[in-house]
Design a protein around this ligand. Structure first.
Ligand code: ZN
Length: 154
């Protein structure tokens, strides 16, 4: 079992803020949470706690991560009173948050949108898109310089 101290600080803070939802444990599947999306996922967890009420023990968070610029929040619901209605409510709350995350920069939390950069799809604001472009150009320049050096020594 992954210990709480081994995960990123945002995920740790989230688990500590919602101990009942996480059963004080790190999700089974590899998970992480970026700083920019903390608020979206924290609000999602608060809504889930309200809706679950006494059924909270039946709920488990399986995974939180970003995939192709989208927030991915996987969960499981065990035995619960009025299971189907509760499952539908949870689905609605999770989908709403996953959609909301598409408009939030995953780095800083400012308004953003999904961008494609060199095959990578991530949700960024304008500032962090420019940042990422600059880092990518620098990495390309370094690769080109290394290749030129390698060619020169042959
Ligand atoms: Zn940003």
């Amino acid at each position: 079992m992954t210990s709480l101290s081994a995960v990123d600080p945002n995920l740790r803070r989230l688990i500590e803020a919602h101990p009942h939802l996480f059963k004080n444990r790190v999700p089974e599947a590899s998970s992480y949470l970026t700083a920019g999306w903390y608020k979206v996922v924290d609000e999602l967890c608060s809504r889930l706690e309200t809706v679950l009420g006494a059924d909270a023990p039946a709920f488990t968070v399986l995974q939180i991560k970003e995939k192709f610029g989208h927030l991915h929040f996987a969960w499981r619901l065990g035995q619960a009173q009025d299971y189907e209605a509760l499952r539908d409510r949870i689905n609605e709350i999770v989908w709403t948050a996953e959609l909301a995350a598409q408009l939030v920069c995953e780095t800083c939390g400012a308004p953003g949108k999904i961008r494609s950069l060199g095959g990578l799809r991530t949700t960024w604001c304008d500032v962090h898109l420019v940042d990422a472009e600059a880092r990518r150009e620098q990495a390309q320049a370094e690769r080109a310089a290394r290749a030129a050096r390698a060619a020169g020594t042959e």
